[in-house]
Design a binder for this molecule. Sequence first.
Ligand code: MOS
Length: 739
Amino acid sequence: MKENYTGAPANRVDGRAKVTGEAKYTAEFDIPEVAYGVVVNSSIAKGKIKRIDTSAALALPGVLQVFTHENRPGYTWLDSHYQDEDSPPGSPFRPLYSKEIMFSMQPIALVVAETFELARYAALLVQVDYEMQPHETDFKANLKDAYRPKKYKSTKPPEPRGDAEGAYDQAALKLKETYIHPPQHHNPMEMHAAIAKWDEDGKLTVYDKIQGVQNSQKYLSNAFGLKPDDVHVISPFVGGAFGSGLRPQYQLFLAVLAARELKRAVKVVLTRQQMFSFGHRPNTLQEISIGASTEGKLESVQHHAYGETSRFEDYHEDVVIWPGVLYHCDNMKVSHQLVGLDVYTPLDMRAPGGSTGIFALEIAIDEMAYKTGIDPLEFRLRNYTTTDQSKGLPHSSKELKECYRQGAERFGWDKRSMAPRSMKEGNQLIGWGMAHGAWEAKQQEASAKVVLSPEGKLTVSSATADIGTGTYTVMSQIAAETMGLPLENVTFLLGDSTLPKSPLEGGSWTVASVGSAVKLVCQKLQEDLLKLAQKMENSPFKDAQPEEVSFANGQMFLTQAPASSISLLALLQQNEGKPVEAEATQKPEKEQKKYSSYSHSATFVEVQVDEDLGTIKVTRVVSAIAAGRIINPKTGRSQILGGTVWGIGFALQEHTVMDNHLGRFMNHDLDKYHLPVNADTPATDIIFVEEKDEVVNPLGVKGLGEIGIVSVTPAIANAVFHATGKRIRELPITLDKLL
Ligand code: MOS
């Protein structure tokens, strides 16, 4: 691979298929004789189903069956404690398992009919009597019952270092504040959907909206007691997911159940409203205390988080690791507790824990910078760390300072006046704010396969996903570049459970994991090609070692003597017209454990706040990102743009409102759940800062999925403070909070 830190800004290889409609998303697969399932959801949050009357629905000609807890077959959930690859500790929710209601909008019946319209109408006729029990959905009111989970889903909060309480008491400057963000719900364009079809031979074929086909495969084989090889899951295109498709959701279970019972293919597509029935970014409250010297040196940081979870699973995310990652401070104490509520288990949502913890921490740091009178960027420089003190490890690379420098320069940060309300234009208060962020750069074990056809076409495959992030494109680029072939000669296949094993597409680790496997399998292919060359008469490659050989322009050549070359096509003729194949698995190297690896961001934001109306407009965003090598700056930029838009929504709009009387999220549609539209989104300047990392993984990449959002939200909140002098610590920052 070339040593440049950015690769080619290639267009998406699947772009044409997507804009022409040729790309098929789950619900679009045309299966003959398919029946349609529509889900009935509970209207209460806690209690029991006393009576469920399906007779009126069943009486309609064309209604095939109504599945409920009363008639569901007994073979399901053979292992009732089954966990999927992303489930938190606890007992996963089991659709139609019993009459018990554990959360509002719990699926309680599936109506299956010949047409979608009929199924939807029949679903309205299902009559349910409930025995209601008191529910608790009020997060703030239940904080008193917060508990520490026995097991943590992600990282256990780091142990205390130094004496955080003592250092806080001694500190010249102190800050102690509480930061809150509300529940937020996933709203990808594509709704969750599944189609299930049982074949004559007892094998199951499933189309599912999922961020990892092998997770659905594993889940179904456990839930239905099947051999994994008998479950084939297909998901070639995903219309956005960002965490909502990490865990198999109930549409999958219900489609498979119905298809098995009816001996007929069944499709279940959730409605937009039902997208609000299975998991959300949890309501989180964070108490942060900071002690600092008058010179702006952090002397103590305490970060204590409370996040909601369901009654049946302990959902936890990395909310409190960030002070240790982002700042040097010898006295630190953090904790994370859970508040159990009668809701569905929260769900990972773009930068889970990161966007949550960093939002609070970075506002608190801005507040402390103001207490010291030091410019917020300068304050961060004074507390810069080159090691991860929580882990006691150096960073494998960290170009955050360069992010500050380039971001600040592009933004014009040096022209900022420190005092709030000091940059007015007419009745518009102008605010400039900044924040920085990080996201862990992880690599997971992944496998890939490569087939080089006699015509010189390369097909690379792995059972990963493309949730819109550009996996097809970037994997094709890695293979093309490694093999020295034009991009159009490469096809990448994904989203099929029969392909080589891949982790879920999440955590921003896909390029690091699957991309590294693609690189490795191409290198293996190169060794095989070298062996073929060595079999030729008078081969100049006779004594060559794999590392002495290079590939470019469809040729293999000796690196030291490029004139000694052979075209791949000529080499393939040596293989008796057969393709050359290789398969490989790439695991993380042990060396990585000696380092802490994160991508970093610095975001600078300008807002305009109307002094009379309190309306906030984000007018400018500059984000500088250090995330190792950038394989494709074009798809990469799109990731960061998406994160920016989401950060605007996080800061100013997104909020699912819980009606605690009903125990139900009330604004469950896109009319009342507000998201940024184009008019809310300014021109955004994205800088990829050069960062070389030879440890993090064989590609030197760090992932771009999540780093785009984390610092945007606090930068906006800090800009609003700079504009108005009002410090808003509870999101979203709506105009009523400013008046
Ligand atoms: Mo990740 S939470 O799958 O965007």
